[in-house]
Design a protein around this ligand. Structure first.
Ligand code: 6R9
Length: 654
């Protein structure tokens, strides 16, 4: 955590108007939180009724956190369909209401307003197309699409027929895409010709073509036309979505799914090289996503809600598609980037569509803050009521700018801390209940019991004014259930280090008032512009290059991105460190993983600091990358302490 965040003492209580409007005020939060902890079965049994069940559940919770026998089940004997909950049940009351507002990359192109009735028809057609391609209940479908309405149709269509979707962010490379298609043994991949973003086009279909060279030849490819750009076509493998949608039937009956049937798999980075397939299931996930969406953003009927994330990340799953649509909300989907055509785009979209709740990432706020206030001030932002952030800790300067310049001092900021694994928000202030502290995720959501543990002993640290690793005692309905195909890895990653708890991988401080501050990852995961990346993934990409003998990657503070990627590279004996090679390696990592993994700094390292047992001492590499040579700590266990001196002398100039 920055020292500025430690020194932060301001508080911002909600206005009387915000409190009056809120679903949950301070007293109600206390009452509901206490009830959720005292009797989770009664609490979640009641909350489960917010969605429609085909067969109601009689069991609410069946959980075991003991390492070796971890089991997480919610509403296990109930049946339902997620797409029917997001669509069919709204048709009578709000068929003509806008479900999705789609804002294209180019502001001169027309926005679309898709009603619930239309979304239902589109989803049914897509579901029928998938069935005609042979997709059945339990099959996996990879979605590799731009931020277009078809991405939502595809998700809901999978849910409708009981297929399990796995979305791959459109910024990922063909290699990363192939690994995910193979990882979940997908039957179909849904993609588009091209993805326009910030005025540039990513050739998605040709990326998919390249990926499919490394996949089973039975994998079929459904192609959505977005730009009309040229693509190669393989008859029998490639299917034309737009053509098929003209013919497809407008209705497809929703499949009856068990509450614990998987809804989706989402690959995310951990501390090892291989991304994990996080599995979320049907019933508990939907209850949790819809409840948190309503309460955290204080969503009311008729509000226009906008989350700027991409559906390739968990935030897009829970807070663009499933949570809002389960609640019958109007959710805005944006194809573009915050700075195209210029730095006022976000605010122009807010003005144009009269957005009430706006949810984005600190990295975007920092980037826009640097462009100057006039980009914000020229737009009418009077519709805004609630602001949100997610993805990384927000520094007090960015928080203050967001609050004052964007929110004019009247919009509460919900700083939502959660993870791909948690399905929905675990800690956040609630708009009408809590006095905000800039940079603090404040309070646990209903049913969440955060604990601060001593990192070494694993013992719970009681009381306030304490810091340690953050674990969660007991389960909540939105929790991930397993790692796809590897339950042992699930248990080892989250339940082995601190027995009896879910280990988050984050550090945290509980201040004197009992409010929580996330201090960042305690493992080898770094957070670049709110995107999670395992340093091991970047390392294995680097060492796959023939010139590289060894590589170590760490995060370092970056003004806009939060953290940047700092790589120490040892070359093969016969290779010379040149500027060209540096460029080539940077491009290599972009090709192996994707542009989001592009190294910010590559420092040539004739040797890496290692212990006598050969373990790389990352602590030291982190300090050098941070330019903090005074606190390298104990270097006496190093096999060759002189390498440290060399690294300091030659520290890359950024
Ligand atoms: C939703 C999402 C999860 C990691 C998490 C933590 C960091 C997310 C945060 C935050 C401080 C917040 N993180 N929200 N840190 N304050 N409000 O981002 O999921 O991509 O899996 O990342 O992001 O370190 O452990 P995911």
């Amino acid at each position: 955590m920055t020292s500025a965040a430690v020194a932060e003492t301001r508080t911002f209580p909600p206005s009387a108007e915000t409190v009056a409007r809120a679903h949950v005020d301070a007293a109600k939060y206390e009452e509901m939180y206490a009830a959720s902890i005292a009797d989770p079965v009664a609490f979640w049994g009641e909350q489960g009724k917010r969605i429609d069940w085909i067969k109601p559940y009689s069991q609410v919770k069946d959980v075991n956190y003991n390492f070796g026998e971890v089991r997480i089940n919610w509403y296990a004997d109930g049946t339902l369909n997620v797409s029917a909950n997001c669509l069919d049940r709204h048709l009578k009351t709000r068929g003509d209401q806008t479900a999705i507002i789609w804002e294209p990359d180019d502001p001169n192109d027309e926005a679309q307003h898709i009603t619930y009735a239309e979304l239902h028809r589109r989803t049914c057609r897509m579901a029928n197309i998938l069935e005609s391609m042979g997709v059945r209940k339990g099959d996996r479908v990879v979605i590799y699409l731009p931020m277009i309405p078809e991405a939502a149709y595809a998700m809901l269509a999978c849910a409708r027929i009981g297929a399990i979707h796995s979305i791959v962010f459109a910024g990922f490379s063909p290699d990363a895409l192939a690994a995910r298609i193979n990882g979940c043994d997908a039957k179909v991949i849904i993609t588009a010709d091209e993805a326009p973003r910030g005025g540039r086009k990513t050739p998605l279909k040709s990326n998919a073509d390249a990926a499919l060279l490394h996949c089973k030849d039975t994998v079929k490819c459904l192609v959505v036309k977005r730009t009309g750009g040229q693509t190669t076509w393989i008859d029998g493998r490639d299917f034309d979505y737009n053509e098929m949608a003209l013919e497809a039937d407008d209705y497809c009956a929703p499949a009856e799914m068990n509450a614990e049937d998987p809804l989706f798999i989402l690959y995310t980075s951990g501390s090892t090289g291989q991304p994990k397939g996080v599995v979320h299931t049907t019933g508990g996930y939907l209850v949790y996503a819809s409840l948190t969406h309503e309460i955290t953003f204080d969503y009311h009927d008729g509000d226009i809600y906008w989350c700027t994330a991409d559906v390739g990340w968990v935030t897009g799953h829970s807070y663009i598609v499933y949570g809002p649509l389960a609640n019958g909300a109007t959710t805005l989907m944006f194809e573009g980037v915050p700075t195209y055509p210029d730095a006022s785009r976000f605010w122009q979209v807010c003005e144009k569509h009269k957005v009430n709740q706006f949810y984005t990432a600190p990295t975007a706020i920092r980037a826009l803050m640097g462009q100057g206030n006039e980009f914000v001030e020229k737009c009418d932002l009077s519709s805004l009521r609630i602001l949100g952030t997610v993805g990384e800790p927000i520094n007090p300067e960015a928080w203050t700018w967001y609050h004052e310049v964007v929110g004019k001092g009247k919009c509460p900021i919900v700083d939502t801390w959660w993870q791909t694994e948690t399905g929905g928000h675990l800690m956040t202030p609630l708009p009408g209940a809590h006095a905000l502290k800039p940079g603090s995720a404040m309070k646990p959501f209903f049913g969440i019991q955060p604990v601060v543990l001593d990192p070494q002993s694993g013992v719970e640290i009681a009381g306030n004014g304490v810091e340690g690793v953050l674990c969660i005692k007991d389960s909540w309905p939105g929790q991930m259930r397993t790692v796809w195909g590897d339950h042992e890895r699930f248990e080892k990653t989250y339940f082995a280090d601190y027995k009896g708890y879910y280990f988050t991988g984050d550090g945290c401080r509980r201040d004197e008032d009992g409010d929580y501050w996330i201090t960042g990852r305690v493992d080898d995961v770094i957070n670049v512009s709110g995107h999670r990346m395992g340093t091991a993934e970047v390392e294995s990409a680097l060492v796959a290059h023939p010139a590289v003998a060894e590589a170590a990657v760490v995060g370092y503070p970056h003004e806009i991105k939060g953290q940047g990627i700092y790589c120490y590279v040892t070359l093969m004996n016969d290779r010379e460190p040149t500027e060209e090679l540096r460029k080539e390696l940077r491009q290599w990592v972009r090709t192996e993983i994707g542009p989001i993994a592009s190294p910010d700094v590559i420092q040539w390292a004739p040797g890496l600091p290692k212990t006598r047992s050969g373990k790389i001492m990352r602590r030291i590499l982190r300090k050098i990358a941070e330019n903090d040579f005074g606190s390298l700590g104990d270097t006496s266990t190093l096999a060759d302490p002189s390498v440290v001196e060399d690294l300091i002398q030659n520290r890359a100039n950024k």
